[in-house]
Write a protein that binds this ligand. Structure first.
Ligand code: CTP
Length: 212
């Protein structure tokens, strides 16, 4: 399969040296990419800024902002069999990027505007045989919110986990994998490595079912 994976955080610049971001490490996306490459798939990773080293045999496209990620994903998606969106895309960006370093010594208000939802826009162009895997991080009502996102974003597989896992995955929070056919698998306690292998296997099985 041709698999496109997004990973890491995005950076939304306020001025040339300051940005809004999040602490995503890119680890899970890179683990999935590594495993997929080992299994003989063709893998492209669109990566936000993170410390993960380049993977042998995996094409890596480095981006910073959500808009750059959207551009790369939309360009490549038509050629892909699978899209796995592990990236922690910033939901907002500053309304404008100041061209010079800001030198404000007083309180000021930064206006943010919403970023486009990459998954949602890509899934509108999804062909029947393509597979899209999304992620969701929830503070509460995990399953309820996850089921809604699965349908809203027309996903085949959604990995939902709770903020208790944030920064120390797996933490005390729950991890569920939801499928478009209604199945739900409780993966609480899975390490990122185990989850990466599990997801790849699930994607391969999903693909076989679609081809039947
Ligand atoms: N995502 C995306 N584009 C965005 C934001 C998120 O494609 N602008 C993707 C992420 O890569 C992830 C999924 O959407 O696979 C879910 O992200 P999450 O932040 O949990 O959900 P949202 O849909 O942004 O909803 P909310 O923040 O309101 O919970």
């Amino acid at each position: 399969m041709k698999i496109l994976i997004t990973a890491g955080p995005t950076r939304e610049y306020i001025d040339p040296v300051r940005f809004i971001s999040n602490p995503a490490t890119g680890t899970l996306g890179y683990f999935i990419a590594k495993k997929a490459k080992e299994e003989g798939h063709s893998v492209v990773i669109v990566s936000g800024p993170c410390d993960m080293p380049e993977l042998k045999g995996v094409e890596r496209i480095q981006i910073e902002s959500a808009l750059q990620m959207k551009h790369e994903v939309e360009k490549m998606f038509p050629e892909m069999d699978v899209l796995v969106m592990t990236a922690a895309v910033s939901d907002w960006r500053p309304a404008k990027k100041f061209p010079e370093k800001l030198k404000l010594k007083k309180s000021w208000t930064l206006k943010l505007v919403p970023n486009p939802d990459i998954l949602k826009s890509v899934s509108k162009k999804k062909k029947k045989e393509q597979i899209i895997v999304g992620f969701a991080l929830e503070s509460n009502n995990v399953l309820e919110n996850a089921k809604r996102k699965l349908v809203d974003k027309k996903l085949d597989i959604l990995v939902a986990n709770t903020v208790e896992n944030f920064g120390k995955f797996p933490g005390r929070g729950e991890i569920f994998v939801l499928y478009s056919d209604g199945r739900i698998k409780n993966c609480t306690g899975f390490s990122k490595k185990v989850l990466a292998s599990f997801l790849l296997k699930e994607i391969e099985q999903f693909q076989q079912r679609k081809l039947r």
